[in-house]
Write a protein that binds this ligand. Structure first.
Ligand code: AMP
Ligand code: ZN
Length: 297
C-alpha cells in the first residue's frame, strides 16, 4: 500500500517516523524549510542586517544549509555569501569544488574560495593518520580568519543534530568540560573570534539528504578519502533513533534549555537582602520559608 501525503494527498516520498507524518516531495521541501526557519527564529540564530558566511564543502548538509539560508535571507533580511575551502585533497577537492560552483551559480550566491596552501598548509604533507584532525583545525582557522578579515558577522556551518549528539558524548566521556557553548545553535563571538551559527541544529543528516534529493540539488555523495569508514558514535545514535524516533531532536532541544538555564543562573545571581547568601531573587528561598514560618507562629 503506497502512503499518501498528510497535507495534500499525493503519493508520499517518505514516512517521517519522529513526526508520525508521511509527505510528498513538495510538502517535504516546505516542511523542511519551515523547520530551519523555526530554528532561526526561536533561537535568534541570525539577526537582521547581519552578513553571514556559509561554509560549504559540497556535501549534503552544507548544500542543504546554503539553499535554505539563501531563501530565508530574503524574508529574514540578512546578507549571505558562501566560502569553499580548497584542501587540495586528490580526487576529492576538485569534484567538490565543481559541485559547489554549480550550486552557488544556481542560487545566485557569491562564492569565495580559499586555498589552504595559500595559508601555508598543504594537507598532503601531513602524516596520514593525522590528516583528519589537521583538516578540522585548518578549516576552523580559515573560516574564522576569512570571515573576520572580510567583514562577515557570522560563520554558518552545516552541523546537524547527529553531529551535536556525537560531539556531546565524545566530549562528556573524555571529561572535556570546556565545551558547553559549542553545543548551541549560535555562539556569540568575542575579540578576534567571529560568531558561529548552526542553522541545521535541529535537523538530521537523513533529513538533509532527503531535502537535497527532493530539490535535485547538486551534492557530493562520496566521502573524503581520509575520513574513517564508520563513525561508531553516529551508528549508535542512529540505532537509538531507530528505536526511539525523535531522540536526537529532544536531546539537542533539551541541551539548549539546560545550557541556557545554567548560564542564566550563573549570570543573574544576586545576594539575599536578608541573609546575604547567593540567590536568583531579592530574598532567598530559605529566608522566604523562614519568614513565612515566623508569620505562622
Ligand atoms: P566536517 O568538519 O567535515 O564535519 O564539516 C563541518 C562543516 O564545516 C560543514 O557542514 C561545512 O559547513 C563546513 N565545511 C567542511 N568542509 C568545508 C570546506 N572544504 N569548505 C568550506 N566549508 C567546509
Ligand atoms: Zn503533499
Amino acid at each position: 500500500m503506497s502512503l499518501k501525503c498528510r497535507f495534500c494527498g499525493k503519493q508520499a516520498v517518505e514516512r517521517l517516523r519522529q513526526y508520525r507524518l508521511s509527505l510528498c516531495r513538495e510538502c517535504y521541501v516546505k516542511f523542511y524549510e519551515r523547520q530551519v526557519e523555526r530554528t532561526l527564529k526561536k533561537y535568534r540564530v541570525v539577526k537582521p542586517g547581519e552578513k553571514v558566511l556559509a561554509c560549504i564543502s559540497g556535501g549534503k548538509d552544507s548544500s542543504a544549509m546554503l539553499t535554505v539560508m539563501s531563501k530565508l535571507s530574503r524574508t529574514l533580511n540578512f546578507e549571505l555569501e558562501a566560502l569553499f575551502i580548497d584542501l587540495n585533497i586528490k580526487n576529492y577537492s576538485e569534484k567538490s569544488f565543481n559541485l559547489v560552483k554549480k550550486l552557488c551559480r544556481n542560487l545566485d550566491v557569491n562564492l569565495n574560495i580559499v586555498k589552504t596552501v595559500d595559508y601555508g598548509v598543504d594537507l598532503n604533507r601531513v602524516q596520514r593518520r593525522k590528516v583528519c584532525s589537521a583538516c578540522g583545525t585548518v578549516k576552523r582557522y580559515v573560516m574564522n580568519r576569512f570571515a573576520r578579515e572580510n567583514g562577515f558577522d557570522c560563520v554558518a556551518t552545516g552541523h546537524t543534530s547527529d553531529d551535536i549528539v556525537a560531539f556531546f558524548f565524545k566530549n562528556w566521556l573524555s571529561g572535556n568540560l570546556r565545551w558547553s557553548t559549542k553545543f548551541l545553535p549560535r555562539t556569540d563571538g568575542f575579540d578576534k573570534v567571529v560568531t558561529k551559527i548552526r542553522p541545521l541544529y535541529l535537523l538530521s543528516e537523513r533529513e538533509n539528504a532527503l531535502y537535497c534529493i527532493c530539490k535535485g540539488l547538486p551534492f557530493m555523495s562520496e566521502n573524503c578519502p581520509h575520513a574513517p569508514e564508520r563513525d561508531e558514535w553516529k551508528d549508535i545514535i542512529y540505532e537509538i533513533e531507530r528505536k526511539k524516533p525523535g531522540f536526537r531532536r529532544s536531546f539537542v532541544t533539551n541541551l539548549i534549555r539546560y545550557l541556557t538555564l545554567t548560564f542564566e543562573d550563573i549570570q543573574e545571581y544576586k545576594y539575599c537582602k536578608l541573609c546575604g547568601e547567593v540567590t536568583t531573587s531579592d530574598i532567598c528561598a530559605f529566608c522566604k520559608l523562614r519568614e513565612r514560618k515566623n508569620s505562622l507562629v
